[in-house]
Design a protein around this ligand. Structure first.
Ligand code: HGA
Length: 607
């Protein structure tokens, strides 16, 4: 999840590189750095912590040069210090890297054995030394990189700057994304098209194993066998504007409030309101033969997948396997022919999920990707692209991407049921109607923001918090706990309500708030029984339900949150709002960094 930008051109680059990093800070904010080639020397500015620290450093000590590379880091190897900040450099070369060099230890020992001196604890520094050694031995940059790339195991996107060649940058990718941008008399490298938004819209995506030599005039791409290749240039459509917070204090709050609009926007591509049909953006894609569905994702996207498992089984009657992406391919999963794998990822770059996608593709599965970035690796590698239209999500804790993913997954489940001829009279029409009601219901849920803010104090002082739910509210309980952990640093766990009595109930005492998600409906009474088991042991319950549910079971709770009454199909979307707002207000009450919580990054591009 580190971010990379590079510019080779004729005008000063430092400010523009910094601007590129601002667009990539979602990938990590442990440290940042820039190197340029200037006056026959490689010069660097680096700073630990957020980008503002590097900006301050550059203001105090500007960095001249018309060719440069830049990096924002999410540390994997070595702490978030200035010494470990990229670019890593020798006298001859500077390198920025996204990924993990898995054989770095052996390479480092070998290099130390030859007298090379390391100044960081990172895996990346071996790349700088390996390339430098070749350059010092007389190889030109192209020859040096060609020699070194086969020695690197693991995943990398690299941008390399050469002291003696200020007119050139070399990039390479294996496992981590890298794009080439084409300008007028300038060429760029970037982790994604977003980073290059203000510089160019003309983008070529490198394939796995590609490496590229960039000069002012353009770029020459080579494939993994070192054969010159052409990679198509596409127009990214990314504008140069940075997304603003509007009138909101944090991006996260802005994004919570955007949900009615972006869910409506997303549903527009999937619901044919006139025909009362659910369709997919690729209408000719035939799902009728799908026998089994495998859903793979990480974090919040995984919980969206967990909700979808209930829907696929309920509507389309197909068996569904659900896996955390980082576990999937390491347990020799059995994938039968005719299976559909659904990968879910906001960025479409999540390394664990991407690896699972590739594994399943090699096993002959049809791949559907539910992603928010239509130019992402997953979008490009899937057979069926199912975009969410959430718009850029900047807050590290996912909110609007989650509810948009749910909207798409509900549509896909309904479409699969239709393709299999499983809908009885009027059923599809009902689904279209209920999904169509979601934006207004989300709006109604947002109206309770102030009352949720008022009760945040009851949670902010807690050391541990439990979330309980049944059915599709169980994944929401997990999501609520994840949100709280991520941004308030309070330990929280989500449980299936009925599972409490099998162990976790031992944790209950008067210091552990228990948040129960229980819309009135078929599972309400069972959930309320579990809630009463908690109350009987002195547990302090916050009940999230609708008016009827609160009337029936609100007594004895320390607080209640009233949601609009909605159909069970859209309850997971609507009930996402109070769990998001509760986590948000608790984090604000605790004074944490809501949009950039510690140790996290938005897009996780390492395994
Ligand atoms: N391994 C390198 C780069 C980390 C990275 O790509 N994170 O997403 C480091 O630790 O600096």
């Amino acid at each position: 999840m580190c971010g990379i930008v590079g510019i080779v051109g004729r005008e000063e680059v430092a400010e523009r590189l910094l601007d590129g990093l601002r667009r990539l800070e979602y990938r990590g904010y442990d440290s940042a750095g820039i190197a340029t080639d200037h006056g026959g020397r490689i010069e660097r500015r680096r700073a630990s912590g957020k980008l503002v620290n590097l900006a301050r450093e550059l203001a105090a000590d500007p960095l001249p040069g018309c060719t440069g590379i830049a990096h924002t880091r999410w540390a994997t190897h070595g702490g978030p210090t200035t010494n470990n900040a990229h670019p890593h450099a020798t006298d001859e070369v500077a390198v920025v890297h996204n990924g993990i060099i898995e054989n770095f230890k052996a390479l480092r020992d070998e290099l130390i054995g030859r007298g090379r001196v390391f100044t960081s604890e990172t895996d990346t520094e071996v790349v700088a030394h390996l390339v430098s050694e070749k350059v010092e031995a007389g190889f030109d940059p192209v020859g040096a990189v060609r020699e070194v790339l086969p020695r690197l195991h693991g995943a990398f996107a690299l941008a390399i700057l050469f002291r003696k060649h200020p007119d050139m940058l070399i990039g390479a990718r294996l496992g981590s994304p890298l794009v080439v941008g084409y300008g007028e008399g300038e060429t760029y490298l970037g982790s994604d098209a977003l980073a290059l938004g203000p510089l160019t819209q003309r983008i070529a995506y490198l394939d796995e194993g590609d490496w590229v030599v960039c000069t002012e005039e353009g770029a020459q791409v080579y494939d993994r066998d070192n054969k010159p290749v052409e990679r198509a240039v596409t127009i990214s459509g990314v504008t140069g504007e940075l997304v603003s917070k509007g009138n909101h204090r944090h991006y996260m709050l802005k994004e919570i409030y955007e949900q009615p609009i972006v869910v409506a926007q997303t549903l527009r591509s999937y619901l044919q309101r006139m025909e009362e049909r659910v369709t997919l953006p690729i209408p000719e894609f035939d799902l009728s033969a799908i026998k089994r569905v495998t859903i793979v994702a990480c974090g919040t996207s995984f919980y969206a997948g967990m909700v979808a498992k209930y829907w696929f089984e309920q509507f389309a009657r197909v068996p569904v396997d659900l896996d955390v992406a980082s576990e999937f391919r390491y347990r020799a999963p059995v994938m039968e022919p005719g299976g559909l794998m659904i990968v879910i990822s906001q960025s479409g770059e999540t390394a664990d999920t991407l690896a699972a996608l590739r594994h399943a593709k090699a096993e002959g599965q049809t791949i559907a990707a539910v992603v928010n970035v239509p130019t992402s690796s997953m979008a490009r590698e899937a057979d069926l692209l199912l975009p969410t239209h959430a718009g850029p999500e900047i807050g590290v804790a996912s909110t609007k991407a989650f509810t948009c993913q749910l909207a798409v997954l509900a549509a896909l489940a309904a479409n699969l049921a239709h393709a299999k001829g499983l809908f009885k009279d009027g059923e599809e029409r009902q689904i279209v109607r209920h999904l169509g009601e979601a934006p207004a219901a989300l709006n109604a849920a947002l109206a309770y923001d102030e009352s949720i803010q008022e009760m945040a104090g009851a949670v902010a002082g807690a050391r541990d918090v439990l979330y309980l739910g049944r059915g599709t509210d169980y994944p929401l309980a997990l999501e609520g706990a994840l949100k709280l952990k991520e941004i308030s640093y309070i330990h929280a766990e989500g449980y299936a309500a009925g599972e409490m009595k099998h162990g976790p109930i031992a944790l209950i005492d008067e210091n552990v708030p228990v948040i129960v998600i229980a819309p009135s409906g078929p599972l309400f009474e069972k959930t309320v029984s579990n809630m009463q088991e908690v109350q009987a042991r002195g547990g302090k319950v916050i009940l999230i339900s609708d008016y009827d549910g609160i009337q029936a079971a609100g007594e004895g709770c320390i607080a209640t949150i009233t949601m609009p009454k909605v159909h069970p199909l859209i309850a997971p979307l609507v009930y996402a709002v109070p769990v998001q707002l509760l986590a948000y207000h608790v984090a604000v009450a605790k004074g944490t960094d809501v949009d950039q919580p510690r140790n996290l990054a938005k897009s996780v591009t390492v395994e």
